[in-house]
Ligand binder design. Structure first.
Ligand code: ZN
Length: 108
C-alpha cells in the first residue's frame, strides 16, 4: 500500500522547487531583455541562451502540471496506478519520479 502522505509531501516540495526555478528563469530572461546589445554576435549568443532558458522554463512548467495532476490523483485515490494499463506503478519508480502517471512499461 502506497503511503500517500509521503508522496504528497514530496510532490509539494518538488512543486515549490519548480516554481522557484521558473521564477529564477523568468527573472533572468526579463533582465536581459532590457539592455539592447549592439554587437550582433553577442545578440546571437544572447538569444541562444534565451532559447535554452525558455526550454528549461517550459520543462519546469510541464513538470508543475504533472505534479498538479498527481496531487489530484492522490485526492481521488488513483495515485500510483498507471493511467494507461491500470497496473500499479512500482514504488521504486514513484520514488524516482513522484509525478509520473504511467508505469515503466507504458512510459517506454
Ligand atoms: Zn502501464
Amino acid at each position: 500500500m502506497i503511503d500517500y502522505a509521503t508522496y504528497e509531501a514530496r510532490l509539494h516540495q518538488l512543486r515549490d522547487e519548480m516554481m522557484a526555478r521558473i521564477d529564477a528563469i523568468e527573472n533572468d530572461v526579463h533582465h536581459r531583455e532590457q539592455p539592447v546589445e549592439k554587437d550582433f554576435a553577442e545578440q546571437a549568443t544572447q538569444s541562444e541562451n534565451d532559447d535554452v532558458l525558455n526550454a528549461l522554463d517550459d520543462e519546469a512548467k510541464m513538470v508543475v502540471q504533472q505534479i498538479d495532476h498527481a496531487l489530484l490523483r492522490i485526492k481521488d485515490s488513483s495515485y500510483g496506478v498507471c493511467e494507461k494499463c491500470g497496473e500499479p506503478i512500482s514504488e521504486k519508480r514513484l520514488e524516482a519520479i513522484p509525478y509520473t502517471s504511467l508505469c515503466i512499461k507504458c512510459a517506454d
